[in-house]
Design a protein around this ligand. Sequence first.
Ligand code: GLN
Length: 499
Amino acid sequence: MSGISPRDIRGLGATDIAAALRRRELTSVEVTQAYLEAIGAGNAGLGAYLTVDEQEALAQAREVDARRAKGEELGPYAGVPVAVKDNISTRGLRTTCASRILENYVPPYDATVVARLRQSGLVVLGKTNMDEFAMGSSGENSAFFPARNPWDPSRVPGGSSSGSAVAVAASLAPWALGSDTGGSVRQPASFCGLVGVKPTYGRVSRYGLVAFASSLDQIGTLTHDAAEAAALMGIISGYDPADSTSVPEPAPDYPALLGREIRGLRVGVVREGFGEGVEPGVQEALRRALDVLAGLGAVMGEVSLSMTTYALPAYYVIAPAEASSNLARYDGVRYGLRASNRSVTDMYGRTRQAGFGPEVKRRIMLGTYALSAGYYDAYYKKAQQIRTLIKNEFSSALQSYDVLVTPTAPSVAFRLGEKAADPVQMYYQDYFTIPVNMAGLPAVSVPCGFSGGLPVGMQLIGRWFDEAGLLAIAHAYLETTGWHRFRPEPAVSVAGEAR
Ligand code: GLN
């Protein structure tokens, strides 16, 4: 037995936990237990997890410990726990997408990323809260309960990967997987003071990720620092024959590339990032971050991405169009909820009426409209043309620069309820992140300080498949500034509002 207290275990972080496990100073059961206890104490107030898989997690941990005791060769992170967003399929473990329509859905198979986690010996603690079907930017669209920001529980953690960000920020998991269609890993990372990676489209298999907008969806990582991000990316990345959009190339050794030289790198500061609508506190934190990058020897320049303004409206045609098609399968026949047995059409109607929340219905209606005869050319085709222009603009900017920088989000975490009544206000949260998905590029949100006591995130955008370059800059920047070392006070549950 280790003598390391549960609180100290959670303070170590994924990399140090892995090292302690390898040195046999800790067992996976001790580590898993420490997190399960923390979840038991903290989850009611923060709403990070929808499902905690206590028994299975401990069984996995015991198995890793037994194999280590036998001297078996294990992966470097074997025995380290992880949290998984609830739109990523887990065999035998409820996967709800935070929707009533999938409330009792138990997948018969693991998503490829989950299979990879298990092959590496990681212990899945449970499934995290989110905006229903990953539609939202605050976590408030969960059909069950909202997650709360551990830095200030009266504020949202961002979304849609709300619970994954909360779990990591509040040390209810060492690290977590999320999904990012328009910013859903990066914006919550920014609001919770974490590193959030949105990989290049095709880098990580989408097999088993419940589809929202298939041409934009990508699974990504939420961690405290860049080294952990590199490690977790290494585990989940790579070709998968089960996903025809995954690229048939092995992923590079991310952790080995973290030390890449920053001196001489050309950094393009995106002018629009300092435009109207970006909070002054966010702009200030970002300016200081740019000074640090210059101090590390990066060659700074300025670039305009004028197409950025069109990305949001084009996304809100393309993403709902794909969603309206992807979500047609929830009809009461094959999955989850069935609300009537009277006739087929009655069953479809009632099931979807009762099973989907308001934002999901809004998207289905928008998407169906955009795809309908007569409107297709005016909306969907136009949006696809804009998408090409966005891609071209990035492509030429990334010829002059190795990396582009924007704020991740225009603001710090806002209050629960503050934007819930105005969907367009909510959509503006993704102003800087959506263009990246439209182009299929990789991007990382990196903590870059605080404004009014709340974390600010800087977005680094790189060339296609250059996640390694982005992680190297993030690593050098964080080692210099130490912004990733701050932790919220153990969050107090909000009086009267614990579920
Ligand atoms: N907030 C955006 C939306 O609501 C992006 C969501 C996401 O990336 N999954 O569509």
